[in-house]
Write a protein that binds this ligand. Sequence first.
Ligand code: SF4
Length: 255
Amino acid sequence: MSPEARLRVGGIIDMSTVDWYGNVSLIVFCAGCNYRCPYCQNSGLIPLDSGREIDLDLLRERFEANKFINDTVVFTGGEPALQPEGVIEAAKLAKSHGLMVMLDSNGSVKENIDRILRSGFIDRVALDVKAPINPTDYGRVTGRPDLGETSVEAVLHCLDLSKELGIEMEVRTTVAPGVSDDPAFIRSIAESIKGRCDVFYLQQFDNLGEVLSQTLKQEKPPTRDAMTSLARVALRTGLRNVFIKTRSNGLERMG
Ligand code: SF4
C-alpha cells in the first residue's frame, strides 16, 4: 500500500445487507460529488471538502475488526471515482483481506472509471444510469447540463468496459416524481442497457435524509404499483433481471 494513500470519506458503516444483496458489506461513503441530482439523499456529501481525509490504516483496522462479519466492501458516496488513487489503494487493501469489492458510481469521469476498473480490484459496479443516455436528459437530471456530453460518453464507456473486463454490472435508476418517473424515460434507459448489464434496479425515491431539492423533499415516494408498472415497461424491451426496490418491500424481482 502506498504510504501516503488517503481517502476523503463522509462515514463508514460496518455492516449492511442491503447495498450488495446476498452479502454483508462494509460501506465506505466517499465525500464529494460532481452532480447535483435533485433527489440526492446524501447531499451533505456533495461538497468536495465535506467529510474528512482518512489514512487507509483506519480502513485496515475496520477490515480486521469485522473479518468474521463482512464478505464485501462497497465504495459509495458522494462519488468515489473522483478519488481514483484512494479508491484503488483501498480496494487493493480490501482484496488482501479476502473481501469482494463493489464500486457504486455515477460513472461520470471516464478516465477515472477506466483506471479504477482496470486496476483489477473491482468485482462489481453499481452504475447509476440517471436518465436516457443523451446529453439533454442527462444534464437535466444530474443538475449539470454542462456535463451532459461527457457524462453520456463516460457512462457508455463504463458499461462497455465492465463487460469487456468481466466485471458484474448492476444498473440502478432512481425513480423520482416529475424527474424520472415517465414510462418513455424508463423505456429508453432499458433499451440502452439491454445486453450491457447483469441486473437493473429501479429504486424508489425516498424523501427521508438530506434531500437536495426542497421541492422534492415535500413529495411522496412513487407507489409500489407505479414502480411495478415501470418495471413492466423495462421488461417489455426484452431486458431481464429487472428488480424494484421500495421502502415497504425491499428488493423484489419483477422478471
Ligand atoms: S445522487 Fe447524484 S448528487 Fe447525490 S451523490 Fe449520487 S450522483 Fe452525487
